[in-house]
Write a protein that binds this ligand. Structure first.
Ligand code: NAP
Length: 260
């Protein structure tokens, strides 16, 4: 049960943070993994690191997923080098802050290009290969921010993460006849390089508001992605699955602190 050996997995934004965690879990499980990002130097480093983990092949393909042509070239390169694509993890994303009052059209466009259009371009670019797989999987990294919660300064980010779910639900219906499932993971606060840079005091205050009393790890997200990629998860589609240690459950801070 639950084998990923022989599966070919494309992960966008796989050189850092959550994407690295997803790629690391798939590589450890013996899948063939394609590491996608813009920086070739980062890709080379990650391919070397992940190649040591499992029995599968790990390759790197530079691509800017906010550009449709770049995504098409990415999909073609992965099929050419790994022979097909069974699983697409559309994970790459950005989260710069921009208050509504001063958000520029350029800031809004970049957010939607990198977080929303990229998701659709990535799926389009891999669609023929996913169909040929006979058990294709699309796994989108959304967020609790937007679909469930809000945070001042990140209105455009929240809109982009909610938009991914709109795409996901129709894609799940439209691609079902091709035996492709489409699901989204909604991470809570995950301890990535970017979040760690905010400092230990800030991280401790975030952890205090989470029932599990810790931030998530990239591997926490990778483990759900790996399960969604298995044959056993083939009847799950169109779902938005929260992985947040219970962060979105408490009605108030007291609800957490009274049980500590
Ligand atoms: P991260 O650490 O900043 O890593 C981002 C990755 O995406 C890098 O590999 C980066 O490499 C790549 N990337 C960025 N823009 C790209 C583009 N245009 N084309 C191709 N690759 C691109 O990010 P993260 O915090 O792990 O976030 C990853 C995903 O998780 C995002 O969708 C984010 O919304 C979501 N998320 C994160 C958290 C969290 O707590 N961190 C919580 C909820 C959801 P290059 O710069 O070399 O391209």
């Amino acid at each position: 049960m639950f084998s990923l050996i022989g599966k070919t997995v494309l992960v966008t934004g796989a050189t850092k943070g959550i994407g690295y965690g997803i790629a690391e879990v798939f590589a450890t499980a013996g899948a063939d993994v394609a590491v996608i990002a813009r920086s070739s130097a980062d890709i080379d480093r990650v391919v070397t690191e992940l190649s040591r983990l499992g029995t599968g092949t790990v390759i790197g393909v530079p691509a800017d997923v906010s550009i449709a042509e770049s995504c098409r070239a990415m999909g073609a390169a992965v099929v050419d080098r790994l022979g097909g694509i069974d699983v697409v993890c559309a994970n790459a994303g950005i989260m710069p802050q921009a208050p509504i009052a001063t958000m520029s059209p350029a800031e809004l466009s970049t957010m939607l290009d990198v977080n929303v259009k990229s998701t659709i371009y990535t799926v389009q670019a891999c669609l023929d290969a996913l169909t040929a797989s006979g058990a294709g999987r699309v796994i989108i990294t959304s967020s609790i921010t937007g679909p469930i919660t809000g945070y001042p300064g990140w209105a455009h980010y929240g809109a982009s993460k909610a938009a991914q779910l709109g795409f996901m639900r129709t894609a799940a219906i439209e691609l079902a006849p091709c035996e492709i499932t489409v699901n989204a993971i909604l991470p809570g606060n995950i301890r990535t390089e970017g979040l760690s840079a905010l400092g230990e005091d800030y991280l401790a205050s975030m952890a205090a508001a989470i029932p599990a009393a810790r931030l998530g790890t990239p591997a926490d997200i990778g483990h759900l992605a790996a399960f969604l990629a298995t044959a056993e998860a083939g009847y799950i589609t169109g779902q938005a699955i929260v992985v947040d240690g219970g962060q979105t459950l408490p009605e108030s801070f007291d609800a957490v602190s009274t049980v500590r």
